[in-house]
Ligand binder design. Structure first.
Ligand code: HEM
Length: 125
């Protein structure tokens, strides 16, 4: 009988330990994303930016562009863009015409509009 109580105690102890470690994991991950300015700004599409700010993001791993008055951080999408490096022509710029005309090649589909939507970080001031 004593063995059963000991077993139950051990199981309860293990459950409490597991609960604590899960709770502290959640805290750690949320605080790490809070301390990351990029994650914060990417998750807040109500921010406003000036053209000067947009113009500072012109590389393939840090590419922002303005389309229809909205500001997009397309950095994570550059590598997956079906039109390859053509997307880089819009980095740091007002790229509405470029996007609407695929840089003079045609027009983007609703799939492109849909993907663009998830990359919005704000609007142009
Ligand atoms: C603004 C600069 C951009 C230029 C010059 C550009 C150019 C192009 C070109 C030339 C193609 C045709 C590829 C082919 O058929 O061989 C293409 C396709 C595509 N682009 Fe872009 N692109 C730009 C921005 C974007 C952005 C910001 C997105 C989405 C976030 C996007 C999403 C797509 C998609 C999904 C396709 C596949 C065809 C379609 O569904 O429309 N592009 N692009």
């Amino acid at each position: 009988m004593k063995k059963i109580y000991t077993f139950i105690l051990v199981v309860m102890f293990a459950l409490v330990l597991y609960g604590c470690s899960t709770a502290s994991d959640t805290t750690t991950s949320s605080s790490s994303s809070n301390s990351n300015g990029a994650v914060d700004s990417a998750s807040n599409s109500s921010d406003t930016f000036t053209m000067d700010e947009v113009a500072q993001h012109t590389s393939s791993d840090d590419c922002w562009m303005v389309i229809n008055g909205n500001v997009y951080d397309v950095s994570s999408y550059v590598r997956n863009h079906p039109g390859g490096n053509d997307i880089l022509k819009g980095c740091g710029k007002e790229a509405t015409d470029m996007f609407n005309t695929q840089g003079g090649e045609g027009s983007h589909s609703s799939t492109a509009d849909f993907q663009l939507e998830s990359l919005q970080i704000g609007t142009l001031q």
